[in-house]
Design a protein around this ligand. Structure first.
Ligand SMILES: [Zn+2]
Length: 169
């Protein structure tokens, strides 16, 4: 990995380790801060393959990773893995961070994907008009609640308020 990114990543991991009782929400806050601080980097390959910008406008005050069963054991696992990745390829770190953010932020419904059969399609919303949609994390199939098709780049993270208003939580 580039020297610059390696320094930033090590600093990020050191900060996480310094606080031995991070809550899931605090970890989310730290990751989003890391993203914002290094935004120019996240716009470039390999990070740009994972659309990190979709996570940037998540309102941390209107989100709880715990609703996705992201608990303190997951926080510890994240920190331990991050430590092991001190010298990892950037592509490895990109995938690791994207997966962690999705685990924390994408609410899983009881719906099974009609295309690939994965259970627990995620719930997201339209960037412009807030219509809720199901998205399969395995094959990428997206459908709005009214069954119309999702086009690429249309969705963003749904907040706790969105999920609550739709009686999903
Ligand atoms: Zn699928």
């Amino acid at each position: 990995m580039s020297k610059y990114f390696q320094i930033q990543w090590r600093e990020f991991v050191r900060d996480l380790t310094a606080n031995n009782k991070l809550t899931p929400n605090e970890l989310l806050f730290e990751i989003l801060n890391f993203l914002k601080k290094n935004l120019e980097f996240f716009k470039k390959k390999p990070f740009s393959d994972y659309d990190f910008e979709q996570f940037l406008d998540v309102d941390i005050n209107d989100y709880l990773p715990e609703i996705n069963s992201y608990e303190s054991a997951n926080v510890q696992y994240f920190i331990n893995t991050a430590k092991r990745y001190e010298n990892a390829q950037e592509a490895t770190i990109a995938l690791f961070l994207r997966d962690a953010l999705e685990d924390m932020l994408i609410f899983e419904s009881g719906r099974t994907c009609p295309r690939c059969g994965r259970s627990g399609m995620g719930v997201l919303k339209n960037r412009l008009d807030d219509r809720l949609a199901f998205l399969c994390r395995q094959c990428g199939l997206g459908v709005y609640f009214d069954e119309s098709k999702v086009k690429p780049g249309e969705l963003k993270i749904a907040s706790i308020t969105d999920l609550h208003n739709a009686h999903l939580i």
